[in-house]
Design a protein around this ligand. Sequence first.
Ligand code: PGA
Length: 251
Amino acid sequence: MRKKIVAGNWKMNTTVPEGIELAKAVVERSASVPSDVKLIIAVPFTHLYPVAEVVKGSAVSLSAENCADREKGAYTGEVSAAMLASVNCEYTILGHSERRQYYGETDEKLVEKVKLALACGLKVILCVGENLAEREAGRHFEVCTAQIQNVLYQFTAEDMKNIVVAYEPVWAIGTGKTASSAQAEEIHACIRKVLADKFGAQVAEETSILYGGSCKPSNAKELFSQPDIDGGLIGGAALKADDFIAIAQSY
Ligand code: PGA
């Protein structure tokens, strides 16, 4: 059975002291979440080291929000996958639409990032999703399929054990507009089929596919009830421990 996952993506929010407080609040409330739901918090690079101490021994896993596409060396301002692993970070988000949109992240770069992350023992949450123009042009299946093929088809069935996919329609991120559960489900089912075409039905069945885009306590239950939605990648609502935990309790 694939894992149910609720992951918080803090983005560029909170100072380090605020982040430590938020992580403590999530850890304290985590006991009220069903034990088969995995909780992850993805925090800014500066927060990883102290937050790793906060989540140590708890049910909450730590994630970064990005990593470099180079192993090491003269790449000022970058943070490598090995650095993340060295602070007991377990996951990293890669390919978030904000990285694709504002920082020129391409599928080619993502292949390098995923390779390095896996080589350092990290698990990857790979984001895909169409923007509004692509959705309005009816290209959402095509866009998500291409993003999966361009990146994940470069990896093996064994690698897929350490990869989670997040479907995040760009038009729903931070906008308050959520994809309907039917809209989300049909893309999730499509992503699972695209994975099955390359890796076989069993790998596709075992890969968790999360929904992201204005997921909140009021709509999480309906989204998570869909057969191919295995949890959520939560932005805004992850900045309040009560909302984040309420989403995880929706299962
Ligand atoms: P949101 O962000 O929940 O604020 O829409 C989701 C994400 O970008 O991961």
